[in-house]
Design a protein. Structure first.
Length: 89
């Protein structure tokens, strides 16, 4: 399971920067929040086999990695420059 998390983060970590740059900050957060919810619901419904759990975790982690970058971008854009370190801390 750890390898799967690492692979998904490796793929969608850098990709999320391009998505946020192209679409803005708010639209990707709304979209990937629904992807994250879908991943949770998939895990709730199909947790009988390890393949179903692995697929659910892949969907869940995709949403979480994209949400992380989008939320950080929104926080940085909404904060004055002199208070950025306080907000991110």
């Amino acid at each position: 399971m750890q390898l799967q998390f690492a692979i998904v983060l490796l793929v969608f970590g850098p990709t999320s920067e391009f998505i946020v740059h192209k679409m803005g900050s708010i639209k990707p957060i709304i979209i990937v929040t629904s992807v994250t919810a879908t991943g949770f619901l998939f895990l709730l419904a199909f947790h009988g086999s390890w393949m179903a759990v692995a697929a659910g975790l892949a969907v869940l982690l995709t949403g979480l990695s994209l949400t992380n970058v989008g939320a950080l971008n929104v926080t940085l854009l909404a904060t004055p420059a002199e208070f950025t370190a306080y907000r991110l801390g």
